[in-house]
Write a protein that binds this ligand. Structure first.
Ligand code: HEM
Length: 497
């Protein structure tokens, strides 16, 4: 009898909890999977299976442009919603502990016992604006071009490695790995004029890649429910006390070494230290460490993902590769090998630009929607009133498949779509792109990333031909915080001795 009573009480409690969760938040009119309205299980399951990027597209196809994907989470599909969510003033804040989210704390490591917030993770908008004003000049287009020699040096190491691998003929290369090694080493060079040695060794060194991967994996998965985030945060803090984060220790060591022995390098570290040297009240040493740390964490996966997409789609569609080669033939002839083509020349090539836009569109880097919190007074977005405290956002995979903006064939890789329509339409397409985010929290590293990607791609294709090892086999994509590809076997063939 006691068991039956306990079971009844339990069932009743679950029912009351489910009904309250579904109806109390003021989101019950918003369509979506039933399970998502009463628990975070829909999100957790989609991230666990590495399918959040495709599942979110599917729920929008099924339920329309506004979908409830969690008890307190609403996903939007339109460019107008994206503008309202990411560009409004006062801003829709990054998820805050007030709405039960520790997501950004989880990407702010402990440093000397204190949480080290950075330009990406801070939830304080005034502090963000102040910090960005100080360091923003280091990331402009002109600043990125000044760093070109640093970028060239990592590209050269990558090309040398490809040369070794293909010395005895065409070679099957897992470029998903090599492009990640390149991305991380290239960021090492622009951060502190030092590669990590990943390319030279052909693998992770000092467990840094493994540690960053764990951070991405756990934050993506456990970020889907506030109670999981809290557990993650405590476990992470406990682990970092026992086993310090090697990437953070690396950044601290680099900053300490530069303070002891100043240099005049072109890299971001000297750039940030110069701000501090000019006026020590402008930046703290901790802020220099946190800037270096977040660049390395934020840039490497997304850079590698875009490069993989570029190489994969060009190998898959040889006609696009042919057009691209034809376009850069003239500038190729002008800069005899082994010299590299300056970015200023490459940025003038329209088909190359279209190919990069198309890769970023078809394979967006982030797998999750970029979460923001509705201000206390609530907001009406795409016709729905959403109460204050609701987590809202747009997923790039969804937005980049808007047929009204990009055309009916949104799933196809077709760089020509960026060259055929009127300038007005192209501007609309460019304005809808969400790969680098939007508004005040838009990617600060975009200009640097464009140089890193464009130059590597062209220098690689000048020297090597690429084809899929097995054209019938798709690569594997795991969609979580980022949409990461693997199993990308490409046959690389040297074109010149
Ligand atoms: C293809 C390459 C890249 C892509 C697609 C990309 C994408 C993004 C996105 C979507 C955001 C916004 C995140 C949000 O709203 O929560 C972001 C922010 C950021 N990215 Fe990138 N990123 C790339 C490369 C880089 C590089 C190379 C760096 C460093 C040199 C970098 C540094 C940052 C930083 C520091 C932020 C935070 C900016 C802020 O909140 O003010 N990214 N990135």
């Amino acid at each position: 009898m006691i068991y039956i009573t306990a079971a009844l009480i339990l069932t009743l409690s679950v029912l009351v909890y489910a009904i309250r969760t579904r109806y109390k938040s003021g989101l019950s009119r918003i369509p979506g999977p039933f399970i998502a309205s009463i628990s975070n299980l829909w999100k957790i399951s989609a991230v666990y299976h590495g399918e959040i990027h495709t599942q979110q597209v599917k729920v929008h196809e099924k339920y329309g442009p506004v979908v409830r994907i969690g008890p307190n989470d609403v996903s939007f599909a339109s460019a107008s919603a994206a503008k309202q969510i990411y560009r409004s003033r006062p801003v829709f804040a990054k998820a805050s502990p007030k709405c039960g989210s520790d997501f950004y704390k989880a990407v702010s490591p402990l440093h000397n016992g204190k949480r080290l917030f950075n330009v990406f993770s801070t939830q304080d908008d005034a502090y963000h604006a102040k910090l960005k004003r100080k360091i923003g000049t280091l990331y402009t287009k002109a600043a990125a071009l000044e760093m070109e020699p640093l970028l060239d040096s990592t590209i050269k190491v990558f090309l040398d490695k490809m040369h070794q691998l293909t010395a005895s003929g065409p070679h099957n290369v897992d470029l998903s790995l090599w492009l990640h090694l390149y991305a991380f080493d290239s960021l090492g060079d622009i951060s502190s004029s030092r590669r990590f040695g990943f390319l030279e060794n052909g693998k992770d060194v000092g467990g840094m890649i493994e540690r960053v991967d764990k951070i991405y994996h756990m934050t993506g998965l456990l970020g889907q429910a506030s109670w999981l985030q809290t557990i993650q945060l405590h476990v992470k803090d406990y682990m970092s006390r026992r086993n310090p984060n090697p990437l953070l220790s690396y950044c601290t060591d680099q900053v300490t070494a530069r303070l002891e022995k100043p240099t005049a390098n072109l890299d971001l570290l000297d750039g940030t230290l110069n701000i501090l040297r000019r006026n020590p009240t402008e930046l703290s040493v901790d802020e220099v460490v946190s800037s270096m740390y977040i660049n390395l964490i934020a840039g490497q996966h997304v850079l590698a993902i875009t490069l993989r997409a570029l190489v994969y789609y060009l190998a898959k569609y040889p006609s696009c590769l042919q057009k691209l080669r034809a376009e850069f033939a003239e500038v190729d002839a002008k800069y005899a090998l082994p010299s590299m083509i300056p970015y200023a020349e490459l940025s003038k090539l329209p088909y190359l630009e279209a190919t990069i836009y198309e890769s970023l569109r078809v394979h967006a880097n982030t797998g999750l929607m970029l979460e923001r919190v509705v201000p206390a007074e609530g907001a009406t977005i795409d016709g729905y009133f959403v109460p204050g405290g609701t987590v809202v956002g747009v997923n790039a995979w969804v937005l980049h498949r808007d047929e009204e903006v990009f055309g009916k064939d949104v799933d196809s890789f077709r760089p020509e779509r960026w060259m055929e329509p009127s300038q007005e339409k192209v501007n609309e397409m460019k304005g809808t792109m969400f790969s680098f985010g939007d508004g005040s929290r838009r990617c600060i590293g975009q200009n640097i990333a464009m140089v890193q990607m464009t130059k590597l791609l062209v220098e690689f294709l000048r020297r090597y031909d690429i084809s899929l090892k097995d054209p019938t086999k798709e690569w594997h994509v795991h969609g979580s915080w980022v949409a990461r590809q693997s199993e990308m076997d490409i046959v690389v063939t040297g074109l010149r001795p």
